[in-house]
Every structure is written in structure tokens, then in C-alpha cells.
Design a protein around this ligand. Structure first.
Ligand SMILES: Nc1ncnc2c1ncn2[C@@H]1O[C@H](COP(=O)(O)OP(=O)(O)OP(=O)(O)O)[C@@H](O)[C@H]1O
Ligand SMILES: [Mg+2]
Length: 511
């Protein structure tokens, strides 16, 4: 063997020794040899998600989710599949938003009430009491019942809600007086007075389609004060009417009758006529003119079931929603003041105002009433969800001033949850909450109509159902899909009336 050949053989030997010493690795598809397990198609690996508690043995494999895992789990992030959590109370407590309220917008039937119901159910698990102040469908009654809460039914011939009932305010004021907390007492009484005044004015606005005059407002204000001083027990609208008819001096002073009782009668004639309509079962019925049947509790979840009111009865719907809001916010205010004074445990509430647009549409001046009734002296710990369809629904108001105030409801909300919306909505929506172009496009794509399913002859599910974008300030929106749990489906059936259909028992059809 030549020296050259020998050197080559030695080099080959060395290479083989090195190769033999190294572990052999298969290629990405396996060994290419008989029995080597080579596959031509590599199946994607199944992905699982769980908390470090559930899959602690797998740590440290996890990929962190890009969204805060604070609050109620709402569904899965559409891009990453991670669990997306959000609710206004938890996010406010965690300092992620500056105001514990959420505005929910989206076309009908895409699941707005469903996502808010999830927030309510999850929040109840954290100890936050849901208060549904007016359920028109009913969307929330089954849930509140399942949570062991109070269901209050209202409607024509189905219960009364006295708009002059101060609720627990007087009892709370007495309690505060006995503890020497005069400032808090004054605050509770002033709030109750303001709400009752606003409510009477709101009912007059709905009845007449225009707000009461300044002078009428003063007369109502003063007459309510007279009623508080002189009336024993809880007054009703009939008592207010009687005070105005009795013409006490204080009321005559603000009516500016200049000492002439005939002039007073002229000034109060319209007001009397409207109050007579409200007390004698006029257009709005007598639901608000009798003592409240079931007082609202403040230690349990509550829903006002107003689903018996027909959708065509728009004025009564709006008036009832406002009356429920007034009673509900009054109760929350009393609970807050008592908790601040250390007289009651601090309870957190999640107030749900569904179908906001119905109340705003009821007449000129309603925006102010809604604003006044839904304002709280201290919003700490009270979450609020305001649900409406589109911005144009909110903005279909006669004056620019009112439209700006309605836009303010969305602007002020700490969190926006938007579902499928038409493209024409985007300029209005972005004026209230800035959305990037991509975010706008995703919302527009969710409003596409569902396809026809030729095999079943039915419509497939709308592409946007259960899909929402959670938007907070300038942060990128979180697109998510709400996944209903089997337990939820039972309390989520808004089509119950249709399932139980039987064939009519007509000869030749039933057999
Ligand atoms: N994530 C979801 N998965 C499956 N079904 C859903 C989901 N969200 C909503 N639905 C179903 O869609 C229907 C409409 O939902 P929902 O009543 O919440 O809509 P909405 O937006 O509140 O409608 P509206 O504007 O008329 O009040 C219901 O039957 C509900 O069960
Ligand atoms: Mg709804």
C-alpha cells in the first residue's frame, strides 16, 4: 500500500470512529430504512392548554398568553387560542381600566346578552352580585334563578313599582342619624329625592314626548318636599297629585301665581292632567302609581323580569326600564353609603342595562334622565354593562347636544366590547373609541349574513355569533370567541318558546 493510500485509509477510519462515537439522529421524518418508522406526512401535534396548577408536570413548556388573565374567562383568543379573560369589575380592581364599566355594541342576535350573561355568572363566582335592571326578553331570568337570586316580575297587571318609593333610603337615613353620621344621612336623602324627581319628570317626558317646563320641574320638586314633610308612610303618585291640587303655599311660591289661586290652577292644569293620566291607568297604565309589590334586595342577585311588556308598547318599555334603573341605582347607592360608614359589609355589584337605546328613543330629553338615573355618587366596586345595538341607534336623537351625550356613554366606558357591526358604523364608533383599520375590518367581517345550509334547509350559524373584540384604551383589541359551557346552554336558551311546539290538534293533522 502506498503511503498516500495508507493516509486516506487512516482518515476514513478516524471519521468512522468519530461518527460511531456520536449518537445517531433520525431526520425530521424518521429513519430512512426498513422498519425505521419514516413517515411522509407529519401530523401536527395536539395542543393543550391549562394552568400551571393543572399541567404542573409539563412546566416549563407553556407559552404565555398575550392578554391579561384577570377576570371572568370569556372564551378563546381567536388568534392564539389562549383563554381570554375580561370583566369590568376585575379589570378595574386590577388597575387595567379607569372606570368599571363596559359598553357592548353589536348587531342583533350576535350574542351581546350572552357575553354579558357570562360576565355576570363568572362575576357571581367572584362574589360580585349581578343586578339586571330590566330584562326584556327574558335573557337573564334563568341565570339569576340558578344563582338563587330574586326575580321581580313587572308588566301590565303583573306587579307594581312605585316611582315615589324611596326604597331603603329612609331606613338607611334613620340608621345613619342614630350613628351621628349627618353628612351621609343628607347624602342618602338628597339622592333619593333627586331620583324620585327625575323619575316623575321622565314619566311626564315619555307621556308628552317633550320634557316638562322649568316651572313644572320646580313645582314637582317642591311638591315632593312637601310630601316628605307631611305625608305618613310611602307616598304614591296620587298623593303627589293631591299636594299639587291642595296648593300649599310653598308650591304656590315656586309656581309664581302672584297670590292668585286661579292663576295657580291655570299654571298647574297641564301637570295635573298628566299626573291624572299616570294615576288612572292612562297610556302608561297604573304600574307606577301603586305601592311596590316586591321590594328589591341588596344582598342577592336581582333581575326585573319585564318581558311581558310587548315590544310594540315602546313607551311603557322605556318607562319601565327607567323605573327599574331608578330603583336599582337607588339601592346600590344606599348599600355604598352604608358600607362606607362601616354599617354593612362592602358588596360589589354588576349592574346590567340591556337595550339602552329603547329608553333613549322614548322622547326628547331622555338622555339627561338616563344620565341622572344611572349616575352613582361613588362608583367604586360597582360595575356596569350598557348594551345597545349600534352607534347609530344611540345617536338617532333629535338634537346634536343629545347625540353628544349619548356618545359619551360609550366614550366614558372603561371597556368596549364590540361584535359584528356594519362599515357605516365605523366613523361613529371610532369617534367615541379609536379602533385601528384591522380592528374595524374584523368587526365588519363579523356582520356578514349566515350562509344557507343546503343539506338541512336552514341557515348556518352567523359568522359573527359569539365573536367579540375587547378594546381598552389604546391597547390592541382582543378578538375572542365566547364558548358556551353545557351548564350555560340550559340558562341560555332564548328560543325556548319555539322548542315546545306541538302540531295543532286538528283533525287529520294530529294523527
Ligand atoms: N357564543 C355562542 N355560542 C353559541 N350560541 C350563541 C353564542 N352567543 C350567542 N348564542 C346564541 O345566539 C342567540 C342570540 O344571542 P343573544 O340573545 O345573546 O344576542 P343579542 O346580541 O343579545 O341579541 P339582541 O340584540 O337581539 O338582544 C341565542 O340563541 C344564543 O343562545
Ligand atoms: Mg340581547
Amino acid at each position: 500500500m502506498s503511503a498516500r493510500k495508507e493516509r486516506k485509509a487512516l482518515r476514513d477510519l478516524e471519521r468512522e470512529a468519530i461518527a460511531a462515537a456520536q449518537p445517531r439522529r433520525p431526520g425530521p421524518r424518521g429513519w430512512f430504512a426498513r422498519g425505521g418508522g419514516r413517515v411522509n406526512v407529519v401530523q401536527p401535534v395536539e395542543e393543550y392548554r391549562g394552568t400551571t396548577r393543572q399541567v404542573c408536570g409539563l412546566w416549563p413548556f407553556p407559552v404565555g398568553a398575550g392578554t391579561p388573565t384577570v377576570g371572568v374567562p370569556l372564551g378563546l383568543h381567536l388568534a392564539t387560542g389562549a383563554t381570554a379573560c375580561a370583566d369590568p369589575v376585575s379589570w378595574f380592581q386590577a388597575g387595567l381600566i379607569s372606570n368599571p364599566s363596559v359598553a357592548v355594541l353589536g348587531l342583533p342576535g350576535l350574542g351581546k346578552s350572552t357575553i354579558v350573561r357570562r360576565m355576570a355568572a363568572g362575576g357571581a363566582g367572584f362574589g360580585v352580585l349581578p343586578l339586571v335592571l330590566g330584562d326584556l326578553k327574558p335573557d337573564y331570568v334563568d341565570l339569576i334563578r340558578a344563582l338563587g337570586g330574586q326575580v321581580i316580575e313587572l308588566g301590565r297587571g303583573r306587579g307594581h313599582l312605585n316611582v315615589l318609593d324611596p326604597g331603603e333610603a329612609h331606613a338607611a337615613a334613620e340608621l345613619l342619624r342614630s350613628r351621628g353620621l349627618e353628612a351621609e344621612r343628607q347624602q342618602v336623602l338628597a339622592d333619593a329625592h333627586g331620583r324620585r324627581h327625575t323619575m316623575v319628570s321622565a314619566l311626564l317626558t315619555i307621556l308628552r314626548k317633550t320634557p316638562p317646563t322649568d316651572r313644572e320641574e320646580s313645582i314637582i320638586d317642591r311638591a315632593l318636599k312637601v310630601l316628605d314633610e307631611k305625608h305618613r308612610g310611602v307616598p304614591v303618585l296620587g298623593d303627589l297629585l293631591q299636594v299639587i291640587k291642595d296648593a300649599p303655599q310653598e308650591v304656590r311660591d315656586v309656581a309664581l301665581d302672584r297670590g292668585d289661586i286661579m292663576r295657580y290652577r291655570q299654571i298647574t292644569e297641564d301637570l295635573e292632567a298628566s299626573l291624572i293620566s299616570l294615576t288612572s291607568g292612562g297610556r302608561l297604565g297604573e304600574m307606577f302609581a301603586h305601592p311596590t309589590d316586591v321590594p328589591m334586595r341588596r344582598d342577592k342577585p336581582v333581575v326585573y323580569d319585564v318581558s311581558s311588556i310587548d315590544d310594540s308598547d315602546t313607551d311603557l318599555q322605556a318607562a319601565t326600564l327607567l323605573a327599574c334603573w331608578s330603583a336599582g341605582f337607588g339601592t346600590v347607592n344606599v348599600a355604598n353609603v352604608l358600607a362606607d360608614a362601616g354599617l354593612e359589609p362592602r358588596r360589589h355589584y354588576f349592574v346590567i342595562l340591556d337595550e339602552l337605546w329603547r329608553a333613549l328613543r322614548a322622547g326628547r330629553g331622555m338622555v339627561d334622565r338616563v344620565d341622572a338615573l344611572t349616575r352613582l355618587n361613588r362608583q367604586r366596586g360597582v360595575g356596569m354593562a350598557m348594551i345597545s345595538h349600534t352607534m347609530s341607534d344611540l345617536l338617532a336623537l333629535p338634537t346634536e347636544e343629545e347625540r353628544m351625550k349619548a356618545r359619551g356613554f360609550v366614550e366614558r366606558a372603561g371597556m368596549l366590547v364590540a361584535g359584528g357591526l356594519p362599515g357605516a358604523e365605523m366613523p361613529m364608533l371610532t369617534a367615541a373609541k379609536p379602533l385601528s383599520r384591522a380592528e374595524q375590518e374584523i368587526l365588519i367581517s363579523w356582520q356578514d349574513p349566515p350562509a344557507w345550509d343546503a343539506s338541512t334547509g336552514q341557515e348556518a350559524e352567523p359568522p359573527g355569533r359569539g365573536r367579540f373584540l375587547v378594546k381598552v384604551g389604546g391597547h390592541p383589541g382582543i378578538p375572542l370567541r365566547v364558548e358556551l359551557l353545557p351548564l350555560e346552554v340550559a340558562v341560555n336558551d332564548t328560543n325556548k318558546l319555539w322548542h315546545a311546539s306541538v302540531l295543532p290538534d286538528v283533525e287529520g293533522v294530529a294523527s
